[in-house]
Design a protein around this ligand. Structure first.
Ligand code: ADP
Ligand code: MG
Length: 325
């Protein structure tokens, strides 16, 4: 049987040189961070609960990856550079193979992102993974939800909807072929935080957020925060390669309300159109212009002919932990 301290030492305490920005890591009562002089800290927490955010038998490697990825995605959306993270872990039992795979998935992404595990807490209980990330950025450079301006173009990175499609299949609600599932499942299990794009958008984009609960609801947070409205051009939404072969209404509904995309949605002045394309190219991330910010409140959905499409006709409902059954 592993003791709590053996478990921490064996799987989560690494004897590597500390990264720049970390003055003291795992092992003391607190870790110590030393952000670059004059920088602000960007801090975000995301909790993953077994049976709620992932299946109880989820692959531990990809669970380790995803637990950190969804947190790094928040740093990306703020244009912050990752520094460090803490891990609060509640586990029913200490199973070495599970812990080893979980730690491998976690540290593979942590090392790729330059983000160091500096502490946490470990307890016995239902499987629950809570990570807090710390990033740094110069004052005034954060991409905030309240910064969209009338006339801004609205952009989204990558593609949308395949993660939701994989989830619908696994829940038995929408059938996919084995090939389709194999292509869509990595979007659900292994989201890629758009860190390079977020950094490349510093000084170019106005507002940004990462898409975790669906474009329709998430963009609504920017509109509300910035007290503006928006027009979205449905034919310009980038459907994931699997979703793109499904009926159009299914595509729009899935892209607008499917969660778990972890793409960035951001606004930028129309004059910065070329600069946004350059930022996408520089970070090897596809970027798509999907609409425009306007003064009239609300989110208007437009079809190819410019006709408004009502949200009700698409049966849209964003995911909400307390409202969605
Ligand atoms: P304390 O009793 O002071 O809260 P703990 O005994 O919980 O400290 O943890 C001992 C050390 O191990 C601390 O530095 C803590 O940050 C770290 N730690 C505990 N759990 C984890 C974990 N899951 N991942 C990384 N570090 C952890
Ligand atoms: Mg503790």
């Amino acid at each position: 049987m592993l003791s709590e301290f053996d478990l921490i030492k064996q799987y989560f305490q690494r004897s590597l040189p500390l990264r720049a920005g970390v003055a003291l890591g795992v092992g003391d009562d607190c870790a110590l961070l030393q952000p670059q002089a004059g920088c602000q800290l960007a801090i975000s927490t995301d909790m993953l609960v077994s049976g709620r955010h992932f299946f109880a038998d989820a692959d531990p490697f990809w669970l380790g990856h995803k637990s950190l990825a969804v947190n790094l995605s928040d740093l990306a959306a703020m244009a912050a550079k990752p520094l460090a993270f803490t891990l609060a872990l509640s586990l029913p039992t200490a199973e070495p193979p599970w812990l080893q795979a979980f730690a491998a998935g976690l540290f593979t992404l942590a090392d790729a992102a330059g983000c160091e595990l500096i502490g946490g807490d470990t307890t016995r209980g239902p499987l629950n993974i809570c990570i807090t990330v710390f990033g740094e950025l110069p004052p005034g450079q954060a991409l905030r939800r309240d910064a969209a301006r009338v006339g801004d173009e609205i952009w989204v990175s990558g593609s949308l909807g395949d993660a939701r499609l994989a989830l619908l299949h696994l829940l038995g609600e929408y059938p996919l072929s084995p090939q389709e599932l194999a292509a869509a499942a990595p979007r659900l299990h292994a989201p890629q935080p758009r860190l390079e794009l977020g950094l490349a958008l510093r000084g170019i984009a106005h507002a940004a957020l990462d898409l975790s609960d669906g474009l329709h609801g998430d963009l609504g947070h920017i509109l509300q925060g910035s007290q503006v409205g928006a027009q979205l051009f449905l034919p310009t939404l980038p459907a994931g390669p699997v979703l793109a072969h499904h009926p159009q209404e299914m595509q729009w509904r899935t892209m607008l309300t499917g969660g778990d995309d972890y793409e960035l949605c951001f606004t930028a002045p129309a004059a910065a159109h070329q600069a946004v394309l350059k930022a996408g190219a520089a970070s090897a991330t596809a970027v798509h212009c999907i609409g425009r910010i306007c003064a009239e409140p609300g989110l208007q959905l437009l079809a190819a002919d410019g006709q408004a499409v009502s949200a009700a006709s698409l049966h849209l409902q964003s995911f909400d932990h307390f409202l969605t059954p």
